[in-house]
Design a protein around this ligand. Structure first.
Ligand code: PRP
Length: 173
């Protein structure tokens, strides 16, 4: 495959967005001890940057879901690869995503968590692609709305490549 990588959102713009989101979250969770759940693998870079700006007595957990495999399109079926060991009941749970695309993955996880009766359940996503939505999802804290392009970098991959890029880029070609 021949393709070109083009920068869509720079690392500076990402840094500013992370600071803004951290400010919103810090204000809303003041006096609380939120439990943050990152969705692997895509969210790990965003999670690492975000928590260092939160200044809250938070806990970090990760859950691995998978639906894309090596394909560019979601299969529509979400598999739980690695379960959650965190105790959800009565906790203020904040789920951290890198991207909401069709909404399949996140709506599956939010339904799963809701059944465990958290005190509160919110979603923070670095990016959103509303043009691709199949399942309605409400995002409480959002960094960027993206065009319908295949995005890589800052944790997001294509076939496990490009997660290391500091900018959010799109693949053209
Ligand atoms: C990506 C991304 C989201 C999901 C969004 O994960 O990290 O979790 O797809 O797509 P959806 O809204 O259509 O469900 P992916 O399955 O590619 O795994 P990864 O994070 O390990 O790359």
């Amino acid at each position: 495959m021949t393709y070109q990588l083009k920068i869509l959102i720079t690392s500076d713009e990402i840094r500013n967005a992370v600071a803004r989101l951290a400010g919103e979250i810090r204000k809303d969770y003041e006096g609380k001890q939120p439990l943050l759940i990152g969705i692997l693998k895509g969210s790990f870079v965003f999670m690492a940057d975000l928590i260092r700006r939160l200044d809250l007595p938070l806990e970090v957990y990760f859950v691995a879901l998978s639906s894309y495999g090596a394909a560019k399109e979601t299969s529509g079926k979400v598999r739980v690869v690695q379960g959650l060991r965190a105790l959800i009941r009565g906790r203020d749970v904040l789920v951290i995503e890198d991207i909401v695309d069709t909404g399949t993955s996140i709506s599956f996880l939010l339904d799963y968590l809701r059944k465990k009766k958290p005190a509160s359940l919110r979603l923070c996503s670095l990016t959103d692609k509303p043009s691709r939505r199949r399942v309605p999802v409400s995002i409480d804290y959002l960094g960027f709305t993206l065009p319908d392009k295949f995005i890589v970098g800052y944790g997001l991959d294509w076939n496990e490549k490009f997660r290391y890029l500091p900018n959010l880029c799109f693949l053209e070609g």
